[in-house]
Design a protein around this ligand. Sequence first.
Ligand SMILES: *Cc1c(COP(=O)(O)O)cnc(C)c1O
Length: 369
Amino acid sequence: MRNNKNIQPRKTLNSIQPYSPGKPIWEVQKELGLERVIKLASNENPLGPSPKAVAAIQASLSELNRYPDADTTAMKQSISAAYGVTPQQVIATNGADELITLVSEAFLEQGDEIIVPSPSFSEYDFGAHIMGASVVPVPFAENFQFDVEAIIAAVTEKTKIIYICTPNNPTGTVISKTDIEKLLNAVSDVLVVIDGAYSHFADAPEYTNGIEFVNAGHPVLVLQTFSKIYGIAGIRVGFGIAPEAIIQSILKVKEPFNVNALAQAAAVAAISDEEHVRASQEANKAGREQLYAAFTDLGLNYIESMANFVLVQIGAEGEEVYKALMANGVIVRYGKTWGLPDYIRVTVGTPEENEFFIKVLTGLLAKQV
Ligand SMILES: *Cc1c(COP(=O)(O)O)cnc(C)c1O
């Protein structure tokens, strides 16, 4: 192709870092010739998908010649019933990732700013950068606690969105209800996105999933996903809850058939699958304790987590340990992506997976002395 001045990507694309997903199991198996590979890198549900969702998908297969319901009527009905809001306050999306992109397209102009307590989920930055907006990171306080005063102090005329991921990915820490109130009282003219991707795992008494602030009429968008507790990451479905005016604006940039028919059926079934949710919560709680106990035995510092993963401090050998875990068939996430080269983030797996990870890690650390 000859030099063509008119076929150039928009300048803002230069600031986009490609997303680095956890490596899939098959790839590590193939590359390293390993039989047993476990993936504790993407915060997936180790119990598997909601069985009700799987049945709903199977029952919908024969109607795939039809377009999905563009209004996602059944999905909005079940979500609004479950969360005590109206269907008009709900938007369904192709994973929560799509919602972050849509919010960015709906509300960000070039030169605008978003505030992100950092480190956090990288998709917020992606959404800002595709719109030519910039990211204002606000560091966490000690032990990765939210610093609400610093967040408030970072607000300028250009601030359009503040992202609060709680429990936060990758730290597992939560913001208290009191601090959200403080934030909302201090900044009334900024959209606050409360990302509750891990809300169902949080059991701290000061925790809130943010719905109460939507109901109180604050400019809050609560983001939720079916990828984590419900265990259906592969089908891509998520949703948002916000005051109707905010939902109306986001709907303007949404494609008509963004949520496929199988995903809609699965979501409706999964949200009513209380047994699977409860089992997932209990397994996760026990799994966190299993990991904490092992880290304590190994003398490793970890951050107490309200989510389904734990951030643990390995030390100066962080990268080596991350790579050696991989070579031994354990895929975790290396902290360098978040500017935390001393840390790895490990997803809570089944008891057997956790045990295998602990065994390999213990062996690696013993070798190092
Ligand atoms: C996993 C995750 C999401 C959304 O995931 P989808 O699979 O796109 O629904 C959103 N926010 C955070 C913080 C996550 O970790």
